[in-house]
Every structure is written in C-alpha cells, then in structure tokens.
Design a binder for this molecule. Structure first.
Ligand code: PEP
Ligand code: MN
Length: 363
C-alpha cells in the first residue's frame, strides 16, 4: 500500500478527532443518565473506588504507544469533566441556582427594588424603645438607607439574657418605620411566629441559628413576604443554598441571602467574614447577597473596611447594627455603631451620597 502523504494523514487525524468527540459526548450523555439515577437513590456524584478500578482496567488493556501514565492522565481528565457535568446537573436541580435563572433577582418591597442597586439595612440589634428606634430611623433615612432592622424576638445564647420585646416590639418597629417610609426587617425564630411577623414586618429574617430549622423554612416558603436568610454559623455554601431551596420549594422565591461570618479558630473577630462566599453565592445563585458586617466582626473598628470589601466582592447590600447609645444597648452593645459612627461608616463605604441621591430620585 502506498504511503499516505501529509494531507491524508491530517485528514485522518481530523476524522479521529471527530470520532473522539462523538464518543466523549456519548459518554457524557450516559453519565447524565447515571447522575439522574444516582440523584433518585441519593448516591454521591463521585465514586473514587469505581474511578480507580476503571483506570486499572484501562491501563491493563493499554495497546501503546502511550505509556500507562499518559493513559491514566488522559482518562482522569475525562472522568473529571464528567464529574463536573454531574455536579452542574445536580445544581441545576435547585430552584435557587443560577442555572435555573440567569438574571439577578430583584426583590420588590414597598416600592424598593432590592438587588437592582446597593442597599443598606440599618438598625439596632434589638428593638428597645420608641425613642431608640426613632433616633436610628431619622439618621438612617437622612443617610439614604431605606431598610430599618430591629429584633423583637432575639435568639440569645443565655436563656436569662434579654429576649426581645416580642409583639409590642414589632408594633414599635412598624410605627417608626412607617413614619419615615422605611422597609422593616425583623427576625422570626419559630413556625408559630410566622403569621405574626408577616403581619407586621416587610422582610422576614431567618437568623443564623435557624438556618437549619427546616419546618420554619418551609413555613416561610408559604408566607407572602420576602425572606432574608442568614448563613448558619458553620454552614457550608451547599447547605446554605439547600436552606434557601427549602423556602423556594414551597413557592416563595423572594429571597435574600446574608453572609454574616462563620465560626473559625480566630478570636480577634466574633466570626470570620467569608468573602469567598459572597463571590461564590453570586456565581451559584441569582439571589441578592447581603453582608452583615456587624455580626461578622463583632467590633466596630473594621466595619467600613469589611463593607467596602463586601461590595467589591459582589454584595448587593450591607447590614449594620446602629444604636443611639451602644453602651446601654440590651444586646450586642460592643458592635453597634452610634449615630455619628454610622454616618462615618456610610461615607466610608461610599454609599452615603449614592443612596441619598437615589432616594431623592425616588421622591
Ligand atoms: C441578628 O441579626 O439580629 C442576629 C441575631 O444575627 P445572627 O443570626 O447572624 O447571629
Ligand atoms: Mn445583634
């Protein structure tokens, strides 16, 4: 047989490439089917033992000229691509994942569009009195903040510590917020509180300690109020998104995710602000992400730096605790900003003028 010339050999290579691609795509389709069955049986996506066995079998039947190591490397890469495909498929199953919706969610509440432009949720750790709330609301509104926070049901480490004013606290929060045309945010701790909170509050907050409270999440899925879901103290991002999925799966996709720092070995800060989480959540999900700098740091002196970093990492908004007289606050007194520090914070994160101009444009 006459020897093939260069053009013929190149043609042959192109045909082989096309066949390889065809085979790889066929493999990917089979893998997709495997993943579907695995998901039904709740089996893990990656099975290292099976992968090792397949590699051994391939090496055993290696016809050459590639050395065994090259065969191993090539197939490992193919397996990795297939596992990635399975993982994407798993994520696609989530209602809250970016794969189910490409564009960012904008949560509309009382005429505000949260997620369309940066926003700030400011207010005391706990609602304590009308005077306290009034002072914070006035300052917040003057600085362009549209959302007023304040806990009426407080999850405290000690059962003997101040637990919040309860229902009267919600009434106070609503009254002061309405006076200043602000949106209210307050924590709901229990399924039995959902109806009450939904009556008084615009955005229902799930605290860090309750991220795994699945009955509560399901109940909030039925509420007709946006939900601000805080990340659990040591929750992985996967667990965090599954928690959001609980709410969405019951029909409420008006969700805001909140990174508030996670437990680490560090003791200089109350928690460690996980900025990777902000960037990754924005990548994995279309939900707006808020960063609570106060609970992340547990101190005041680095809040502005954390706020700037959070916005740079892709956060849609910030949460910050403010009290007219932090020294006498009934909870979290060491981390709440006073009114002047709050104004400095807003200027330092670069939002004071921006929010003010936006609020003016709304009027
Ligand atoms: C809060 O925001 O009031 C609060 C208790 O925060 P966390 O749930 O993040 O601890
Ligand atoms: Mn607090």
């Amino acid at each position: 047989m006459p020897e093939k010339n260069l053009t013929e050999l190149r043609d042959e290579l192109e045909h082989i490439n096309a066949s390889l691609l065809e085979l790889l795509s066929r493999r990917a389709r089979v893998v997709t089917e495997v993943q579907r069955l695995k998901a039904q049986k709740n089996m893990p996506t990656f099975d290292p033992e099976r992968e090792m066995k397949m590699l051994q079998e391939l090496v055993a039947r290696n016809p050459g000229p590639f050395p065994d190591e090259t065969v191993r490397r090539l197939f490992k890469e193919i397996f990795r691509a297939c596992v990635e495909l399975m993982q994407r498929q798993k994520e696609r199953a989530l209602l809250v994942s970016r794969a189910s919706r490409a564009e960012d969610l904008v949560v509309r509440v009382r005429g505000r569009e949260l997620g369309a432009a940066p926003f700030v949720i400011a207010g005391p750790c706990a609602v304590e009195s009308e005077e306290q709330l009034e002072a914070v609301a006035q300052q917040a509104k003057a600085l362009g903040c549209q959302l007023l926070r304040g806990g009426a049901f407080k999850p405290r480490t000690s059962p003997y510590a101040f637990q919040g004013l309860g229902a009267p606290g919600l009434e106070l929060l609503r009254r002061v917020a309405r006076r200043h045309d602000m949106v209210t945010v307050s924590e709901v701790m229990d399924t039995r509180q959902v109806a009450l909170l939904a009556e008084y509050v615009d955005v229902l907050q799930v605290g860090s300690r309750n991220m795994y409270n699945y009955p509560l999440l399901r109940e909030l899925g039925k509420a007709r109020r946006p939900v601000l879901l805080k990340r659990g103290l040591s929750a992985t991002l996967e667990e965090f998104l599954w928690a959001a999925e609980y709410v969405a799966s019951e029909g409420n996709d008006q969700l805001i995710l909140c990174e508030r720092g996670i437990r680490t070995f560090e003791t200089e800060t109350r928690n460690t602000l996980d900025l990777s989480a902000v960037a990754l959540l924005r990548q994995k999900s279309y939900l707006p992400v808020v960063v609570d700098v106060s609970h992340a740091a547990g101190r005041k002196d680095i809040l502005a730096a954390l706020g700037r970093a959070a916005l740079a990492a892709g956060a849609s908004g910030l949460m910050v605790e403010v009290h007219p007289c932090p020294a006498v606050a009934r909870s979290d007194s060491q981390q709440q900003l006073d009114l002047e520090e709050f104004a400095e914070f807003m200027a330092s994160v670069g939002l004071a003028r921006r929010l003010h101009a936006a609020a003016g444009a709304n009027d």
